[in-house]
Design a protein around this ligand. Structure first.
Ligand code: DON
Length: 627
């Protein structure tokens, strides 16, 4: 098998960062990223080869488009290219597991399942067995399928379970045993394989068992553990595995997870029965009893992944397929895109005040509706047809003034809150037949609730925080959500996760995309699409381009550190927008907090070849097959 990959680099390579555009204040995170690439390149796998294609020109560059001077990522890198398939993830180990499955004749669903399980081992801050997610499949025949394997509230969950006696929100939805919803990942990956897989299940689980028996520690593992270690230390069973000797493991150490390897071996041999009804279920229930949690054997036995009707909408001739509730992604993206389509975004000028104003006003309106109306479709009624209709978007767009920002409290009353960083992961896969899979999966915050199931070696999520613990009060993403998304027994919490597949105007597969980022997921995925469709960017540019975000409340446009020229900020402020630059953390931090998203994007080129890119913001890896 030959592999075409992003080049590993001892120092940032032109393919990763345009040397011409590297920030004079290039933070230590880039050195860390380079180290990561160098480390993973040294693992016991085929040496990555340099991306073979020259940097393609793009309509964006030909039209004189350029990124801001202070922006660290370039517009001139070469994407990863391949003719027979591609896997783009946040981790080289995981991408290579997926490509190996393609090489063995597996299809995109087989590769996605194996990749997802590998991420549970090598990116435990986000990849998971103890969380949940959403999976979109577009088969080569054009049919599109959406699998909801979101966590559920336990049977014993109640509306006010996260409030103290004075009615104030506690941190119990974020940390500890009560924060965990009933995990859905194992059921989801199994269901996807049952319906669409072609290789044996055991063959898809085997690579992750090997990784759980030991892999060389990467910068990402070290950095995320450093960030989360304080929370993890509070749970001895978690610290024993993830802080061996009470320390964060060192880069280059071999990190082994024997308990997890045993759970994965049972998963290989027994399928999901073990996780939901067998020995692993018993370990989860025992952990809950020990820590005062409420997930029971009955909760686990009752969990089911659910096929849902995908949301589809047309944006400038391109059909976009994304997740329906309990994800808010598809509906909110449709509502935004239908409004934005009233303007010629390219003519307004990429990253200029007019284009950002239009996007922010559409974001604001769509998030106001999202936060109010969307929730678990099995529990609440939602005006989905209206929210995604062109007529509704027209009425909403008609209230946008090009001269003035509309204060969010004129759309709905609100409160101030802050965005925060936490973690999820996305992976995109395309096989040689043109089947495509996009999966976004999460334990919510980094390392979820920080609770590892004793004897099972995996973290449980803290996704209960995606409910409105107290309607009208912000959650950890600053999202102010309503009554419909209140906690209730066996309900699924609203998500922003948006695995998305886009068709070209002729109806062929065009883009496979997705990202983490909490509330910013929706606006990030959509801007990636705007970057390609409106601004003519190639995959590298579309992923590298700085992003903006607005979520109705707090009433502010948030932009990535260095992502907006000063003149644009001033012009937006002159229209009445509050404009906030994301703050960078300490200069030596890996994830400094100044950026949003971690997009994994694959594009089908006019000649049928694949062009892919993995976001350098947190350091991922796209691998093509074969060259
Ligand atoms: O489902 C959601 O919307 C959140 N639990 C996603 C969390 C997330 O993306 C955190 N990553 N940065």
């Amino acid at each position: 098998m030959s592999i075409d990959s992003r080049p590993p680099a001892p120092s940032p390579s032109p393919a990763l960062f345009s040397t011409a555009r590297r920030a004079p204040r290039a933070p230590a995170r880039f050195a860390a990223l380079a180290t990561l690439l160098a480390i993973v390149a040294g693992c016991e796998r085929p040496e990555p080869r340099a991306a073979s294609s020259p940097a393609p020109s793009s309509a964006f560059v030909e039209a004189g488009g350029a990124f801001p001077d202070a922006w660290p990522f370039g517009a001139d890198g070469s994407p990863v290219t391949a003719a027979g398939g591609m896997v783009a993830t946040t981790d080289e180990y995981a991408s290579r597991v997926g490509v190996d499955i393609l090489a063995r004749g597996g299809n995109a669903v087989d590769a996605a399942v194996a990749t997802g399980l590998a991420l549970a081992v090598v990116n435990p801050e986000a990849g998971n067995l103890g969380g949940g997610g959403f999976l979109m499949v577009r088969l080569a025949d054009g049919s599109v399928h959406a699998l909801d394997h979101r966590e559920k509230a336990p049977i014993a969950a109640t509306r006010d379970m996260y409030l103290d006696e004075d009615g104030n929100v506690t941190d119990r939805s974020v940390v500890g045993h009560l924060a965990a919803g009933v995990p859905g990942t194992v059921a989801g990956l199994w269901e996807a394989h049952q319906r669409f897989g072609s290789l044996e299940w055991a063959d898809l689980v085997e690579p992750s068992i090997r990784l759980a028996n030991g892999f060389e520690v990467t910068t990402r593992l070290v950095s995320t553990l450093e960030a989360a270690q304080q929370g993890i230390r509070a749970f001895p069973a978690s610290a024993r595995i993830f802080l061996p000797g009470n320390e964060v493991p060192q880069i280059g150490d071999t990190f082994s997870q024997p308990d997890l390897a045993t759970v994965l071996a049972r998963l290989r041999d027994q399928g999901p029965d073990d996780f939901y009804r067998g020995e692993t279920a018993a370990l989860i229930a025992a952990e809950m009893e020990r820590g005062g949690g409420i997930i029971t054997l009955e909760d686990l036995a009752r969990y089911e992944a659910v096929w849902r009707d995908p949301v589809a909408f047309v944006y400038r001739g391109h059909t976009v397929h994304s997740m329906p509730p309990p994800s808010s992604g598809g509906v909110t993206m449709a509502a935004i895109a239908n409004q934005v389509e009233h303007w010629d975004l390219a003519a307004l000028g990429w990253n200029g005040p007019d284009a950002i104003h239009v996007m922010a006003e559409a974001f604001r309106r769509a998030y106001a509706d999202r936060n109010e109306y969307l929730a678990d479709p099995d529990v609440v009624e939602m005006p989905l047809a209206e929210l995604t209709s062109r007529e509704y978007a027209e009425a909403r767009a008609a209230t946008i003034s090009m001269e003035r920002a509309t204060p969010s409290d004129q759309i709905r009353p609100g409160v101030e809150a802050f965005l925060d960083e936490s973690h999820t992961t996305h992976y995109s896969v395309v096989d040689g037949d043109g089947n495509a899979v996009a999966v976004t999966t999460s334990v919510n915050s980094w390392y979820g609730s920080k609770v590892v199931v004793e004897g099972a070696g995996f973290f449980l999520n803290n996704t209960m925080d995606d409910f409105s613990a107290k309607p009208g009060t912000p959650n950890q993403f600053g999202l102010v959500q309503g009554e419909r998304n209140a906690v209730a027994s066996e309900k699924r919490m609203l998500s922003a996760m948006s695995p998305t597949i886009v068709e070209d105007p002729a109806g062929g597969l065009f883009l496979v995309s997705g990202t983490p980022g909490g509330a910013t997921i929706i606006t990030t995925v959509l801007q990636t699409i705007f970057n390609v469709v409106d601004h003519g960017m190639n995959v590298v540019q579309a992923v590298h381009a700085p992003r903006v975000h607005h979520q109705h409340l707090p009433d502010a446009i948030v932009f990535e550190h260095g992502g907006l020229p000063e003149a644009t900020v001033r012009a937006l402020e002159a229209r009445g927008h509050a404009v906030r630059e994301r703050e960078r953390g300490p200069p030596d931090a890996y994830f400094t907090g100044g950026m949003s998203g971690d997009v994994q994007l694959i594009m089908v080129m006019p000649d049928g070849t694949l062009s892919g890119w993995s976001d350098p913001r947190r350091g991922g890896f796209a691998v093509g097959y074969p060259q």
